[in-house]
Design a protein around this ligand. Structure first.
Ligand code: C5P
Length: 224
C-alpha cells in the first residue's frame, strides 16, 4: 500500500489532534501538530519581549528559533521542542492561546512554519492538523478533512481539558478565546482558515471518537 498525506483542518477545539493521532497510529504514519509550531513561536516571542508589529524584529527572532518534534519516551506521543527545550506542556496555557492567532497572522511567521511543514511531509505517510494544511501546506494531499462541531460542545471539551491542569480556568474565558481565535484565523489575509474545495466535512458534534475514526478510515480506503 502506498503512503498518502492526510490533512485535518477546522475550527479551534473540534478534536482535530485527537483524530489525527488516532489515524496516524492506525496507519503507522507520522502525526504533526502544526498549531504547536505557532504556539511555540508565540512562547518565544512572549519570553523574549519581541515587538511583533516590527517586521525587522520578527525576522531577527525567527532566525533564533529552531523547532523539532520528538516522541515522548513513555507515551510515544509526538512533542514539540523550542531550541531543544520540551515546551509541549507550556504552550497549552491560555496566555499562549490568547496571543497565538495574532502571531500566526504574520506573513513571515507563516512562511517560516509552512516551509518546515512541507519538508516534514516530503516522504508522505503523514497526518497534519491545523488551519491551512489542505489549502496552503499540502494543496495536493490525497485526503483532506475539514472538522467542525457545535461551539458549546467545543467549549465544553476544551474547558475539561484545561481544567484538569488548572482548576482556576473559567468557562467564559475558554469560550471567548475559541471565538476570538476562530474569528482572527478565518479573517486574516495570509492563508485564512477555510475549507479546501476538495475537503470532506466532518461534523463530530454527535460522534464518539470511535465513530469518527471509523469514518475517516473509510475515507482513507476509498479514493476520493
Ligand atoms: O491547533 P491549535 O489550536 O493548537 O492552533 C493554535 C493557533 O495556531 C490557531 O488558533 C491558529 O491561530 C494558529 N494556526 C495556524 N495555522 C495552522 C495551525 C495553527 O494559523 N496550520
Amino acid at each position: 500500500s502506498h503512503n498518502i498525506i492526510i490533512t485535518i483542518d477546522g475550527w479551534s477545539s473540534c478534536g482535530k489532534s485527537t483524530l489525527a493521532k488516532q489515524l496516524a497510529k492506525k496507519l503507522g504514519y507520522t502525526y504533526i501538530d502544526s498549531g504547536a509550531m505557532y504556539r511555540a513561536i508565540t512562547l518565544y516571542f512572549l519570553r523574549n519581549h519581541i515587538d511583533w508589529t516590527d517586521d525587522a524584529e520578527v525576522a531577527e527572532a525567527l532566525k533564533n528559533i529552531v523547532l523539532h518534534f520528538e516522541p515522548n519516551s513513555k507515551t510515544g506521543d509526538s512533542e514539540i521542542y523550542l531550541n531543544d527545550e520540551n515546551v509541549e506542556y507550556l504552550i497549552r496555557d491560555l496566555i499562549i492561546a490568547d496571543k497565538v492567532s495574532d502571531i500566526a497572522a504574520i506573513a513571515a511567521v507563516r512562511t517560516f512554519a509552512v516551509a518546515q511543514q512541507q519538508k516534514m511531509g516530503a516522504k508522505k505517510g503523514i497526518v497534519m492538523d491545523g488551519r491551512d494544511i489542505g489549502t496552503t501546506v499540502f494543496p495536493t494531499a490525497e485526503l483532506k478533512i475539514f472538522m467542525t462541531a457545535d461551539i458549546a460542545i467545543r467549549v465544553e471539551r476544551r474547558f475539561k481539558e484545561m481544567y484538569d491542569k488548572n482548576p482556576n480556568v473559567r468557562l467564559d474565558e475558554v469560550k471567548h478565546n475559541l471565538e476570538m481565535r476562530d474569528y482572527i484565523d478565518s479573517h486574516r489575509e495570509v492563508s485564512p482558515l477555510k475549507k479546501a474545495d476538495d475537503a470532506i466535512i466532518l461534523n463530530n458534534s454527535n460522534l464518539t471518537m470511535e465513530e469518527q475514526l471509523a469514518l475517516a478510515l473509510e475515507w482513507v480506503k476509498k479514493p476520493m
